[in-house]
Design a protein around this ligand. Structure first.
Ligand code: GDP
Length: 317
């Protein structure tokens, strides 16, 4: 079993590639829920949705979020009714939020609701929220403290960030199966997701980071950074704010206590040599995930690293 820790848009691209190469039965995804929020009275889990849509073959390839070929009639009508419209929910997407909210209202946990939705959409991979308890990523900015979606979508991450607070994380428990999956995995893959606001909340749930340190499985991360910038989004600013180097060195530092191999872009070969001198194993590749071919190619690179680590372990034992 390959266990992937992932956020939304960046992570879903690698999950998509792994799915295309190994199929979904072999995958368990542990997904960030710090971005979850209420929208039009509904429980929206943007990162879970991205992963579900990727695995169900429903993810919009153009947008990288939401459902392919979706329409936006409900959004148009909500706008007419004077409701907020800055978070784009498509009509097919809306159906998922309605069902999730219904299941939660009936007393199901987020894990159970996610499993039901994934199953109905034909997904065989296990998709586990990091926790069934509410953890909310709050972004402290010069414009005040914002919910992650307000910061990221509504205000297009333009506000200088002074801090990130993971409300509820200290009291949260890993969702059922999360720690067991990490302990019994053949390999763990950290998707190229934002280290602060996508992987950070997962690691902040008590017990998950310790399980990653203790697992016998190899841990491989794919960098969301190339040179001194992120492929997309605010990862660079957020890493700087947390005092991390804004480069692959920062990614390595964020995961240093459990990481075995970091896969970085070939442009970062010089920085990679620097990290290797510090004892971190780094593998250079093209890590741009634009087309399906890119996703498949990078998934194969990840799988080759998993086989290599397995081979080394077999030799050692
Ligand atoms: P979200 O922020 O919740 O949508 O989800 P993620 O954290 O999973 O996705 C954003 C991260 O994905 C950013 O830090 C990007 O740098 C990274 N990313 C986006 N596109 C690519 C890509 O083509 N290749 C790699 N390696 N990373 C990417």
């Amino acid at each position: 079993m390959i266990v992937v820790l992932t956020g939304g848009t960046g992570g879903a691209k690698l999950v998509d590639g792994l799915y295309r190469v190994v199929g979904d039965e072999a995958l368990t995804c542990i997904v960030n829920t710090g971005d979850d929020f209420r929208w039009w009275g509904l429980h929206v889990s943007p990162d879970i949705d991205s992963v579900v849509y990727a695995l169900a073959g429903m993810l919009s390839p153009e947008r990288g979020w939401g459902v392919r070929d979706d329409t936006f009639f409900a959004l148009e009508t909500m706008r007419k009714l004077g409701e907020p419209d800055w978070f784009q929910v498509g009509d097919r997407d809306l159906a998922i939020h309605l069902v999730r909210t219904k299941l939660l209202k009936e007393g199901r946990t987020l894990s159970a609701a996610t499993a039901t939705i994934a199953e109905k959409l034909g997904v065989e991979a296990r998709i586990l929220p990091m926790s069934d308890s509410a953890v909310e990523t709050r972004v402290e900015t010069e414009a005040g403290e914002l919910n992650f979606q307000e910061y990221f979508v509504k205000r297009r991450h333009r506000d200088p960030v002074t801090g990130v607070r993971l409300e509820g994380a200290a009291e949260a428990r890993p969702a059922p199966g999360v720690v067991e999956a990490i302990r019994s995995a053949q390999a763990i893959v950290l998707a190229p997701s934002n280290p602060i606001t996508s992987i950070g909340p997962i690691l902040a749930v008590p017990g998950i980071r310790a399980a990653l340190r203790e697992t016998a499985a190899g841990v491989i991360a794919v960098s969301p950074m190339v040179g001194d910038r992120a492929f997309s989004g605010p990862a660079a600013d957020l890493m700087a704010m947390q005092g991390l180097p804004v480069s692959i060195a920062g990614v390595a530092k964020a995961y240093e206590d459990f990481l075995d191999v970091l896969i970085v872009d070939s442009c970062d070969a010089d920085a990679a040599r620097g990290l290797e001198r510090q004892g971190i194993e780094v593998h250079c590749e093209n890590i741009l995930l634009r087309t399906n071919e890119d996703k498949i190619r990078l998934a194969r690179v990840v799988l080759a690293q998993i086989s290599r680590l397995d081979g080394e372990e077999a030799k050692a034992s």
